[in-house]
Design a protein around this ligand. Structure first.
Ligand code: ADP
Ligand code: MG
Length: 563
């Protein structure tokens, strides 16, 4: 059985393709969405998901979130006594999702399809595969998130030539992709986005409005107070979309604050964020060479696409209403499950072939002579253009700049700037040239092959001798090599993780500790409840624990509602 996984910046989900189509599995707390947050407790046990998110407030130094942004970089996070790379943090999320899938199915899970943003670079894709390995998974395929969203909408069953735009607004990222159906094939034609625009920015807007109205400076709030405010504003933001207006009630020190905002004001305050969404939408349409009228469907995915201002923007720009009937939090995960079914050769999906695009332009560094014959160096010569359908293989012939040159250094870059210094260097390859030859005799054919897994192979052939050189990319400092992965796997296997059966207790305790941090007035009461719950846990009487936990949860609910 292959599982489909949406490994999101904010939330992650897991499921598979069953007899009735894609199905998602709930985590130990009964939720389909597992917050992508990791924390470590005083005993060195790893905590994943909602409990870890609660601990972001009560134990910020032992907790970490949004590490998907660091995938493909060597950045390490210290939690307790250990350092974790982004792949390892992601692997801990994957392990938790796999445990949920195993609990639901009773089967051992070893294979997965994982979704990644269409803009993920080669290094970020490799890091995602490494995370899978570290979680004991064979990553059968990485699927681009928009392609997954399209599969969730069943777009592979649409008529030939149908075109779709996928609009994905998550917690911290915005991605736009244009897809096309051709001969039963879903192709990604173009993708664009903003890596620093998402639901969190809209929360910032709301916070700024609140603070201005109530004359509060965020800097003057303690981290706990700030966490308290953010959580209230987050609930309010969600209610705003559903009800047209919303408010929060909050006790700050001895102040009692009641604040309200309506959709109209929120939309006005969010205008500059809404404007920022236009550029990627326009760029994706331009890259795909499409006019709005040529789109068959527009799909909204990502939790933040629920905001009414998103549907309004899309309707204004494209002159029609977008589709959003598949739960926008779940669409990508459901699509990853469809892809998992496809991979397992489920017959109903047999004829569908998926293709993706290369998210960046790939090329090499060249020199040019100006009109006066003076050599200028540092130019980027693209070989594979952004948004080419993959797998793709392209070649170009280059000559050395001078006769009698004895070495040619090929530098490989990715990016969209005409000058290489503004692009990202991927590696370089030295080609020894035979001496005493003219430039033309030393011509080199350079072939770039970019495959469906985002792997770039560079082949250089000296035309005269047919001598071939292949690029072994210099080890990317952002990536682990196989030996590192084996070593890290052993280290991770040594880490203690709370067993799934205990997670509800861990989550309850984490929530109580967060509330203890937040509600100074209720501290004595909370401490008493925590002490009671501890004693019940020590009894190891599962029936008693379950009953007590339910009551404890209700008490915390009413505390949170009342203060
Ligand atoms: P990611 O892909 O980054 O993991 P998600 O698709 O889970 O993110 O989206 C998370 C974002 O969606 C958060 O910023 C959250 O505030 C926002 N969100 C979720 N539900 C709603 C809602 N009903 N209204 C507005 N925003 C929402
Ligand atoms: Mg997402």
């Amino acid at each position: 059985m292959i599982v489909g996984i949406d490994l999101g910046t904010t939330h992650s989900l897991v499921g598979t393709y069953g007899a009735q189509g894609p199905v998602l599995y709930p985590n130990a707390l009964g939720d389909f969405l597992t917050p992508s947050v990791i924390s470590i407790d005083d005993d060195g046990h790893i905590i994943v998901g909602q409990a870890a998110r609660d601990r972001l407030v009560s134990h910020p130094e032992a907790s970490v979130a949004t590490f998907k942004r660091w995938m493909g970089t060597p950045r390490e996070t210290r939690l307790g006594q250990q350092n974790f790379r982004p792949e390892e943090l992601s692997a801990l999320i994957l392990r938790s999702l796999v445990a949920d899938a195993e609990a639901a199915t009773g089967k051992k899970i070893t294979e997965a399809v994982i979704s990644v943003p269409a803009y993920f670079s080669d290094a970020q894709r490799k890091a995602t595969r490494a995370a899978g390995q570290l979680a004991g998974l064979r990553v059968e395929r990485l699927i681009n998130e928009p392609t997954a969203a399209a599969l969730a909408y069943g777009l592979q069953e649409k008529h030939d030539g149908a075109r779709f735009l996928v609009f994905d607004l998550g917690g911290g990222t915005f991605d736009v992709s244009v897809l096309e159906m051709f001969d039963g094939v879903v192709e990604v034609h173009a993708s664009a986005g903003d890596n620093f625009l998402g639901g969190e920015d809209f929360l910032d807007v709301m916070e700024a409005a609140f603070c201005a109205d109530e004359k509060i400076s965020v800097g003057a709030l303690s981290p706990q107070e700030h966490g308290q405010l953010r959580r209230r504003l987050e609930l309010a933001k969600r209610e705003l979309g559903a009800n047209g207006s919303t408010g929060i009630e909050w006790r700050l020190g001895d102040r009692s604050i009641a604040w309200r905002i309506d959709e109209e004001r929120f939309a006005k305050l969010s205008e500059s964020l809404v404007q920022r969404m236009r550029a990627p939408l326009e760029r994706a349409m331009r890259d795909a060479r499409l006019q709005p009228a040529q789109l068959d469907e527009i799909i909204l995915v990502g939790g933040a696409s629920r905001m009414p201002l998103v549907a309004r923007l899309v309707s204004r720009m494209f002159g029609r209403l977008p589709l959003r009937h598949v739960n926008p939090d779940q669409a990508i995960a459901l699509g990853a499950c469809v892809a998992a079914g496809l991979k397992a050769r489920d017959e109903r999906l047999d004829e569908v072939i998926l293709t993706d695009v290369c998210p960046y332009t790939l090329g090499t560094k060249v020199s040019r002579r100006d009109e006066g014959g003076k050599e200028q160096t540092g130019f980027f010569a693209p070989i594979i253009h952004r948004n080419s359908t993959v797998p793709v293989s392209r070649e170009e012939v280059f000559q050395p700049m001078r006769d009698n040159q004895t070495k040619l250094t090929l530098e490989i870059y990715q990016g969209e700037n005409p000058m290489v210094e503004r692009n990202i260097k991927l590696g370089e390859l030295d080609i020894p040239l035979p001496p005493h030859r003219s430039m033309a005799d030393n011509a080199v054919k350079l072939r770039f092959t970019y495959d469906i897994n985002g792997v770039l192979q560079v082949e250089a052939t000296l035309m005269a001798s047919q001598q071939r050189y292949e690029l072994v990319l210099e080890q990317n400092p952002g990536l682990l090599d196989p030996a590192d992965i084996r070593a890290r796997l052993e280290a991770l296997d040594g880490i203690k993780i709370h067993p799934r059966s205990k997670q509800e207790n861990v989550a309850m305790m984490a929530r109580a500790e967060r509330l203890y941090e937040e509600y100074v007035v209720a501290r004595t009461q909370l401490q008493q409840w925590i002490a009671n719950f501890r004693s019940v846990l020590e009894s190891q009487d599962e029936h008693l624990i379950r009953e007590h936990r339910r009551q404890f949860g209700e008490a915390l609910d009413s505390l949170e509602a009342s203060v």
